[in-house]
Design a protein around this ligand. Structure first.
Ligand code: ADP
Length: 411
């Protein structure tokens, strides 16, 4: 075929200027022309390939498939890229395989069909692609590992934060307790210095005066001062008991002791002690028919509750008034009512009366600490009981206490 003879200047001129390999084959797949680049790519000398079958350049394993492709392609005869979607391989003279990219251009000259293949050795590109793929895979792997590590670190951090918050809450709680206690003690000290002053000087005066009544007939006067002393000592004792109660409640050291005891024992003792505090003409009206009640409760707490309420009734009502203590037992609930006809509690202050240290305005002339009702309520609620009141200023107050108990005397 004259057109592709080696001294054909046009083909040579054109093809040698191109860096891609050019291989021209006829219908029988016989190579009729190659350029220098094609020879270099496949490792042949000039014109060594001419006359050889195209299969010389294709690895054996693709021969069969390639024939079908070639025939089909020549029939349809159109320009296209070869091996769409597949990797193509060539084989060098030394037998080594390498990846190629090929574009096919069919053409006809003088009634003969030819195909011109433009071939590029893409070994380097493939290697780079592979490297990039490897790098990407490594990167992905690393990202996965790091993400996992991050998850773990975040989890650990969360746990740590949780632990720290718990520890902080505990520290805060104990700090608060400590602060509350030290506040309590400071308050106690200022209360003691303030609240104890008057009774103590009263005690001192009475004791001094008692010493001066040396004559036998002055016994009545002596007794009056001794009563005053007893009265003030009892008052101070009550304040101390209230404070001890608060401290025990605050530190969680309070323990309740249930025992069986006759109700009349506690009532009589409370009334006996309260009698020492009575003002001129005051009288306590209390039930004398309760000998049948033997109840099960914390005796000391019941005593503390009744003492506080009766002492308040005495303190906050005037001379020549009656204080009623009523007892009622129904459905395993023991109810006490302490009724006085004293100064009462102003309406606007009634909501705060159980708050610790709270004292109503109209009570400020009387001595007091504002802690009695607070601890009474706390103890009662701890033991399943309750305390409520009704009151009218200048008319009096009624405090109602309930405690759950059984009358063991009957059973
Ligand atoms: P304190 O009597 O030492 O002030 P309490 O806690 O016993 O403390 O009482 C708190 C306040 O409730 C009193 O300061 C007073 O204002 C009011 N209060 C309590 N009982 C009575 C009562 N029977 N009559 C009028 N006011 C009362």
């Amino acid at each position: 075929m004259k057109v592709f003879e080696k001294d054909n200047n046009i083909f040579k001129l054109l093809s040698e200027a191109i860096s891609e390999g050019i291989i021209v084959v006829n219908e029988k797949q016989t190579i009729v022309a190659t350029n220098g680049s094609a020879n270099t790519i496949f490792g042949y000398d000039t014109d060594e390939l001419v006359g050889k079958h195209l299969n010389t350049l294709i690895p054996k394993k693709y021969h069969h498939g390639h024939k079908k492709h070639f025939d089909g392609f020549v029939e349809h005869s159109e320009k296209r890229h070869m091996g769409a979607g597949r990797d193509l391989f060539g084989i060098r003279k030394d037998g080594s395989e390498f990846p190629v990219e090929a574009g096919l251009n069919p053409f006809a000259i003088y009634g003969n069909n030819y195909v011109m293949a433009l071939v590029i050795d893409i070994t380097l590109r493939k290697e780079q692609e592979q490297q990039i793929q490897d790098l990407n895979a490594k990167l992905e792997q690393k990202i996965e590992e790091r993400t996992e590590e991050l998850h773990q670190t975040i989890q650990e951090l969360k746990e740590e934060v949780k632990l720290r918050m718990e520890a902080e809450a505990q520290t805060k709680e104990s700090l608060k307790k400590e602060r509350d206690l030290s506040e309590l003690k400071t308050k106690f000290l200022s209360l003691v210095s303030h609240e104890f002053k008057t009774p103590l000087s009263g005690i001192l005066t009475s004791a001094t005066l008692t010493g001066k009544y040396t004559k036998t007939e002055q016994q009545e006067k002596r007794e009056k001062h001794l009563d005053t002393i007893k009265n003030k000592v009892k008052y101070l004792d009550n304040i101390l008991n209230d404070f001890l109660s608060i401290e025990r409640l605050e530190t969680g050291k309070v323990t309740y002791k249930y025992s069986q005891f006759p109700l009349s024992k506690v009532v009589n003792e409370v009334v006996y002690d309260a009698n020492m505090l009575l003002k001129d003409g005051q009288r306590i009206n209390y039930p004398k028919d309760i000998d049948d009640y033997v109840i099960e409760f914390d005796e000391k707490i019941l005593e503390l509750v009744l003492t506080n309420l009766i002492n308040n009734a005495i303190k906050y009502s005037g001379e020549h008034t009656v204080i009623d203590l009523q007892v009622c037992f129904e459905d395993n609930i023991l109810t006490f009512k302490i009724i006085d006809h004293g100064i009462g509690i102003p309406k606007k202050e009634q909501d705060f009366i159980f708050k610790r240290y709270f004292r109503a305005e109209n009570a400020l002339l009387d001595q007091g600490t504002g802690i009695g009702l607070n601890i009474v309520k706390t103890h009662l609620e701890n033991l399943g009981g309750s305390i409520t009141f009704t009151s009218k200023e200048n008319q009096g107050s009624t405090f109602t206490v309930t405690i759950p108990t059984t009358n063991t005397h009957e059973s």
